[in-house]
Design a protein around this ligand. Structure first.
Ligand code: NDP
Length: 804
């Protein structure tokens, strides 16, 4: 071939990265043992497993397979280390995190090579994206360690954290988990994915070199069924952080329910990539390449659903096909390839199965004319058109280089199609009209929205899902709260008293007093509150009432006995009131002030009701009403002040981190403080734009039902607050199981908390439960503030690059 031929064909030659440094390092270390207490430790069961190079299909390394005895040892080491690391000053922790970041940079090329060998991803991606982001994560969190004392005053580390990561970004997922955990003073036991343990083991070596105290970071390789499950169920682990499939996330939710472990889940997605007809289609094509062919499409936030405005669809498809024809699939260590190998034969088979199903379901398949290498596990870039929105390939996460395309006509149809999935991880919006893009972005149910860009990540901007894509955020300030708890929670939980309304009998003297009848006495006019649904007082479907007893078993009234059907009606009404979120914050504040004003007018009446139900003296009852009024004022104030942040990641552009309402929140209110407990929960929820289905205190619901008239006279739109009285745990279960309820708050006993966490796994709704720990609702530190606002919101990060 002469120069002229080369010029004619413009064929790429290979540009191989040397594998030798990675292979030599493996050879010198294998078989790899477990990293516990800064020591390489033989697995208790003596078992090892193989790690394969997906680019060749050949064995790369032998790695220890931990069992539950090893998990016990790692957790014990982390627990011991926590006693000192948890108290180590922020500045010292910052120095360690900084040292880790520097060390990662020093070993960056070796890490990049190991990652490509073990995972099959192109060296261009590991070298230029994964590893720099890993270092950035440690630098960024060194900063938070330094600032924790002032910026997270009143919070403490949660303790020992179990972390389970997937194979698609092995070292990056490790960084996303370990950096914030250490910054906030926790110690960790991390289990890498079975297919990709090597970069984590190199990281363990870095930990040792850096001189991190023993036990702060422990890495245990092994199978999910032995090491993973043992870590999740370990009683001495205080938090689980997981990234992986929605099915496993759901099983972890169920396994940890009621244990009191904090949990964050970053799960699957089927993210939309919306293209409007005024978009720059050549940029769109490059965007699609980055959205679905980056990392072979094995990306939780891959833009796997291309939604195109109908009038430009054919034009875009033909540009895409031309670009796909020139993509290069092959040896991951070749710097001239675009797409590397699929992680395992099993994953390759699953992709092929779903692609075959797409064809059977009638979609049109297009793949480039060239063939993939036959050695190793490769799959060509694939485009499906003529896809119907309800088919499997439009709904299921394929986790491979497979794009499914659909069309829309109008912006509202685009939003509807985009949100037509159980997931909500990310979305991209492409339009040259910034007004349109910024109108669409907030309407998409997704934790990250990229405007005219895609798959951008940075430590400063939180990442995580809505709906069945999980809960919790990684990165940004919001991500730190996953690794801390309020300092006052360090007291052991005490189960709140059983709330069956049972009270001791009256003393003989009291009984005698009750029999005294005054001359001219008239029976009181009956006032039996109904339920409050859609702004109307509704009779309970059951037709039954429940007696409410004050101290000494004295009957003081009745409330409606709510059932499953009433809850369903309330949820429907709460959904219909969804417009509440799109109104202005100023308007929400006005209504909260108005509720406070109307409550103040009836202060004496509410105070008497509290005394009647709880037996407290009138001074305390009046104080409860006054604190409730003050709390309404606080959240009225917060409506337009809990506003999010603007991040400036290292790109030309900004990221708007916007706290958004979650949607419909179900809540079981505490028994203590019947009015204040109720107001303390509904006020932050509605201040942030949510609508609510509340189950008032089971024991003392009359303060909440007395609020109907306050709400009715305060311009509160119908359905924003719905109240169903009755048996707390039965009604809570219905709410927790309801697929149209997006979050569930539960303030009651420990077993009820467990029930709520278990029942919520169906649609992976966010839960906030008390595990039987009672709060001092009068104290501002425990009864109001940012903890409540955070639970009432989820952060959406909107990425807006600028410049020509
Ligand atoms: P999994 O969710 O099974 O695995 C993720 C991690 O969890 C791995 O470390 C795995 O260990 C571990 N694990 C699995 N089951 C349990 C368990 N019961 N208890 C504790 N730990 C457990 O993902 P897969 O690797 O099996 O991939 C399957 C599908 O999941 C993919 O096709 C893709 O659709 C999705 N996925 C999504 C990811 C995301 O980022 N959202 C990442 C990876 C996969 P081990 O490796 O030993 O099995």
């Amino acid at each position: 071939m002469n120069v002229m031929d080369i010029f004619e064909t413009m064929e790429y030659g290979p540009a191989p990265e040397a594998a030798a440094p990675g292979l030599d390092w493996i050879k010198a270390h294998q078989p790899f043992d477990l990293f516990i207490n800064n020591r390489w430790t033989r697995p208790a069961g003596g078992q090892y497993m193989e790690s394969i190079n997906p680019g060749s299909g050949k064995t790369l390394a032998r790695v220890a397979a931990a069992n539950s005895a090893d998990v016990d040892a790692a957790v014990a080491a982390a627990r011991k280390a926590f006693t000192t690391w948890g108290k180590t000053p922020g500045h010292v922790r910052a120095r360690y995190l900084y040292a880790l970041a520097r060390s990662i940079q020093k070993h960056s090329r070796l890490l990049a090579v190991l990652e490509s060998l073990d995972n099959g991803k192109p060296i261009r991606e590991t070298r230029d994206i994964d590893i720099p982001l890993v270092a950035r994560h440690f630098y960024y969190h060194a900063g938070w360690a330094q600032l924790m004392e002032t910026e997270l005053a009143g919070y403490m580390p949660v303790g020992v954290v179990g972390q389970i990561i997937p194979w698609n970004f092995p070292l990056l997922m490790l960084a996303w988990k370990i950096a914030p955990a250490l910054a906030m003073g926790n110690t960790v036991v991390l289990k890498p994915a079975r297919y990709t343990p090597l970069s984590a083991l190199k990281f363990a070596e870095i930990v040792k070199e850096t001189g991190l105290p023993p036990g702060v970071v422990n890495i245990i390789t092994g199978e999910a069924s032995a090491a993973g499950e043992a870590l999740v169920s370990h009683p001495d682990v205080n938090k689980i952080a997981f990234t992986g499939s929605t099915d496993v996330g759901r099983s972890i939710r169920r396994a940890t329910a009621g244990s009191g472990k904090k949990l964050s889940l970053e799960l699957g997605g089927k993210s939309p990539f919306l293209v409007f007809d005024d978009a720059d289609l050549d940029s769109v094509v490059e965007g699609v390449v980055d959205a679905i062919w980056f990392n072979q499409g094995q990306v939780c936030c891959a833009g796997s659903r291309l939604l195109v405005q109908e009038n430009v669809a054919e034009k875009l498809y033909s540009k895409l096909r031309a670009r796909m024809e020139h993509l290069r699939v092959g040896e991951p260590l070749d710097k001239a390839i675009d797409i590397g190998a699929i992680v395992s034969p099993g994953q390759l088979k699953e992709i092929q199965r779903l692609v075959d199903q797409g064809v059977q379901e009638g979609a049109t398949l297009w793949q480039p004319s060239w063939a993939c290498p036959t050695e190793g596990y490769f799959f060509p870039p694939t485009l499906f058109t003529n896809v119907s929105p309800a088919t499997t390939i439009a709904q299921v996460e394929i986790f491979g280089p497979v794009l499914v395309a659909m069309t829309f006509r109008t912006p509202s149809e685009a939003v509807e199609l985009a949100n037509n999935t159980r997931y909500g991880l990310a979305a991209s919006v492409w339009s040259e009209n910034i007004n349109l893009a910024l109108d669409i972005a907030p309407k998409l149910k997704a934790g990250s929205v990229w405007v005219n860009c895609t798959n951008l990540f940075d430590a400063s901007s939180g990442f995580g899902g809505y709906r069945e894509s999980g809960f919790g955020r990684e990165g940004g300030k919001e991500g730190l709260y996953e690794y801390v708890k309020p300092a006052w929670e360090s007291n052991e939980p005490e189960d709140v008293a059983p709330s069956d309304g049972h009270q001791p009998d009256a003393t003989p003297q009291e009984a005698a007093d009750e029999e005294v009848q005054v001359d001219g006495w008239l029976p009181a006019i009956d006032r039996t509150p109904k339920l409050f649904i859609g702004g109307k007082q509704a009779r309970p479907d059951s037709g039954y009432s429940r007696g409410i007893y004050g101290p000494h078993k004295r009957l003081i009234g009745y409330v409606g006995e709510g059932n499953r059907k009433d809850i369903r009606n309330a949820v429907e009404a709460a959904h219909k009131a969804g417009g509440w979120a799109s109104g202005t914050a100023h308007n929400r504040a006005q209504i909260l002030y108005y509720i406070a004003e109307n409550l103040a007018v009836r202060e004496q009446e509410f105070a008497s009701r509290i005394s009647e139900q709880t037996g407290c003296v009138s001074k305390d009852a009046r104080n409860e009403v006054q604190v409730a009024i003050s709390r309404l004022f606080s959240y009225a104030a917060w409506t337009d002040k809990y506003e999010g942040r603007v991040h400036r990641p290292p790109l030309r552009g900004v990221v708007l981190a916007m706290p958004e309402p979650i949607g419909v929140i179900g809540m079981a209110c505490p028994d203590d403080y019947p009015l204040l407990g109720f107001i303390s929960l509904i006020a932050p929820a509605i201040a942030m734009g949510n609508t609510v289905v509340a189950i008032p205190s089971q024991q003392s619901p009359l303060s909440a039902t007395d609020c109907y008239q306050v709400f009715e006279t305060s311009d509160l739109p119908d359905g924003v607050i719905n109240i169903v009285t009755g048996e707390r745990d039965m009604l809570s279960r219905v709410l927790a199981e309801h697929d149209d309820v997006e979050a569930m708050w539960y303030f009651g006993p420990r077993d009820g908390s467990k029930m709520v966490e278990l029942a919520s796994a169906g649609n992976m709704k966010r839960t906030w439960v008390s595990y039987g720990r009672s709060r001092d609702w009068l104290a501002r530190e425990q009864g109001e503030g940012e903890e409540f606002l955070r639970e009432a919101t989820q952060v959406k990060n909107i990425w807006i690059p600028y410049g020509e």
